[in-house]
Design a protein. Sequence first.
Length: 148
Amino acid sequence: MRKGYLVAQFGILFALLGCSVQDSNQSNSQSNVKVNQDVAVTDTVVREFTAFGGDENNAWRAVIQNNTMSLEMSKYGYYPNIEVTRSAYSKGAEFVGYIDSKEVMVDIRGTECRDSNNNLNEFSATLYYQGKIIKGCAVRGAYPHADT
């Protein structure tokens, strides 16, 4: 009878230990899930730029914000609301829109650029419009007015 009593005690003991381990594992997995849910995902994509370049004959400045670009060109005038589409690629992003059915594109690359004042800027930029290719620089952020 003692043997049966010991077997029953060990059976109950192992059952309780098993429940305790299972509860502990469930608790750990639930806390891991909670920890993982608390991790914030950071969007590092730059979506707003101010680009500028050219020379005294072909100066230009573009402010890109959301899906709109304002473009000022010394030779062609000012276009405040050009709807653009953004296409990202491994080295940068292109913003393409139309002025009077003519394609205009600003290509922003992730390479540093020195402007005409020898200032180092975070990005290089190129404007493509009416067969012209005009190099320049860009910075992150949409700045409607240049610092003067």
